[in-house]
Each structure stands twice: as C-alpha cells, then as structure tokens.
Design a protein around this ligand. Structure first.
Ligand SMILES: O=c1ccn([C@@H]2O[C@H](COP(=O)(O)O)[C@@H](O)[C@H]2O)c(=O)[nH]1
Length: 272
C-alpha cells in the first residue's frame, strides 16, 4: 500500500487507527482454546469486528514467535486474512548487518507479505538500507519509544543539546523518503511529538501507547497531525481485551469505534 492509498483510506474511514494484534493464550477468551488455532480464531473475530474503523493492523511478532512453529503459522494466516485495503505492519523490530537484514526483509515482505516492518536504527544505515530496497514496502524506524527506558538513550543530549532521537531522525530521513519511511513515536511522549515534527514534518508516524499505556490521543493529534494526517495510532490491549467473555468481538468493536470517533473529531478540528 502506497502513501496516497493510505491517506485515501484514512479519509474514507475518518480514522487513523492501527489495531495491534498481540494475542496471548493466557488472555484470549477461554472458549476459543478448543479451536484448532485459537490465536487465528481470535484475530479473525477482532479483524472482522474492527475493520470498519481501522486503516492498519500491527501484529507484534513476539506474541507469535513465543508459541513456536504454530505461532508463526497463526501469524501467516493472520497476515493472509487481512484485506489489501489496510496496511499490514509486522512489528518485529529487526535490523542487523546488511546480508542478514536482507533476509529479514525477505522473510517479512516476501514470505509473510507484510507491507511494513518496524526496524531498530541502532546499527546504522547499512542495517536499514536493505529493507528500503523493497519496492512498495515501508520501513518504520524506532525513533522515540513509549516505554520509560526511552529515557536511557533516546533522550540523551549531546554537548550541543541535540537529543539522540533527534539525531536519529535527522540522519535517517536521508536514507529513505516520505513514501517508504515512517517513524515510531510513543503516545506517552505527546509534547515531544512537536520536536519530532520540527525535523520530519511530512513523514508518517506510527504511534503506540494510547489505551493500556495511557498516552493521550488528543496530544498526539495536536502535536503530530500534518497536512496528510501523517499519523497511525495503535492500540492493542485496549481493544483486544475489552472483554474476556464470548462478547469480546463486540467489545473490541466498541473500543475501536470510540477511538475512531475521537479521531474523526480531531480530523475535523484540524481541518483534515
Ligand atoms: O515504542 C513502542 C514501540 C512498540 N510498541 C508496541 O506497540 C504495542 C502497544 O500495545 P498496547 O497493548 O496498546 O500497549 C505493543 O505491541 C508494543 O510492543 C510500544 O508499545 N511502544
């Protein structure tokens, strides 16, 4: 999915919601455990119920890898099930020396057919470039993450006052374009999104951290929205586990709908 198709979907659905598909066997409703593939059965209901309100889905690969081969199979089936009208993001946080990155890229873009993958920037340009060589695919580079540990390195300032995440943005934006490179910026750092936008006004941001982590959607919209909206805001647990009963699909739908309505309001407020 290219940028204009993504923006078109956002405008059509009046939503920039990304649903995080992070299923764990301990948390999915117990009646699904009798299914042959409980993880896929769970994801399928979540996708069916939220599709009206979401433009992207983000399975975090850890939740599948932890289950061994069957988990990988559930991930494959989930990505296959998602329609081409949504952006399929593999949240895998990969990145390694060049030849290894190429194989990660093949695994996620060619074998699993994801549209986008999250990549860690720490190993530098040659670890990210192989992902950017895949036509029509997206790299989503970690810039300023939502966890408290982002204080350890990402907010570290050099002697000129530049913070590490700012350096990551400044340098890495030359590696790709606004058509194949996005950035992860946590919703828990709402006010910092204004600093991010000073460096990369036009790139899309993938913003996790609303819902279970308590980030503010209003702040994200206020500081992060650009002319093309430029935002994909993720919620995983807040949607997936809105109910642990047989009504989990409807409860997920309600949560996704609530977020979509807030998003629609913000789109109107900022004239997008
Ligand atoms: O900075 C980051 C980067 C990635 N994540 C991932 O997003 C989801 C958030 O899940 P919630 O349940 O909505 O909190 C999860 O997959 C994280 O690994 C992040 O939270 N922050």
């Amino acid at each position: 999915m290219n940028k204009s198709q993504l923006v078109e979907q956002i405008r059509q659905k009046q939503s920039y919601l990304c649903v995080g598909l992070d299923p764990s066997l301990e948390k999915i409703p117990s009646h699904l455990l009798k299914e042959k593939d409980p993880v896929f059965a769970f994801n399928k209901v979540i996708i069916d119920e939220t599709l009206d309100f979401a433009v992207a889905y983000k399975p975090n690969t850890a939740f599948y890898e932890a289950l061994g081969p069957s988990g990988w199979e559930s991930l494959e089936k989930t990505l296959e099930y998602l329609p081409s009208s949504v952006l399929k993001i593999a949240d895998a946080k990969r990145g390694d020396i060049g030849n290894t990155s190429t194989l990660y890229a093949k695994a996620f873009f060619e074998t699993l057919k994801a549209d986008a993958i999250t990549v860690a920037p720490y190993m530098g340009k040659d670890s990210v470039a192989p992902f950017l060589e895949f036509e029509g695919k997206w790299v989503i580079l970690l810039a300023l993450t939502s966890n408290t540990g982002s204080l350890d390195f990402q907010l570290f300032q050099d002697t000129s006052g530049t913070q590490l995440f700012e350096e990551v943005l400044k340098k890495s934006q030359t590696w790709g374009t606004v058509d194949n490179l996005m950035y992860v910026v946590g919703a828990t750092r709402g006010e910092k999104i204004a600093d991010v936008r000073k460096i990369i006004p036009d790139h899309f941001l993938l913003v996790p951290g609303v819902g279970a982590q308590g980030g503010s959607l209003q702040d994200v919209a206020k500081y992060g929205m650009n002319d093309n909206v430029g935002l994909l805001v993720n919620s995983s647990r807040g949607i997936l586990y809105a109910s642990s009963g047989v009504d989990f699909g409807k409860a997920a739908r309600n949560e996704a709908h609530k977020l979509q309505e807030e998003m629609e309001q913000s789109l109107q407020e900022y004239g997008r």
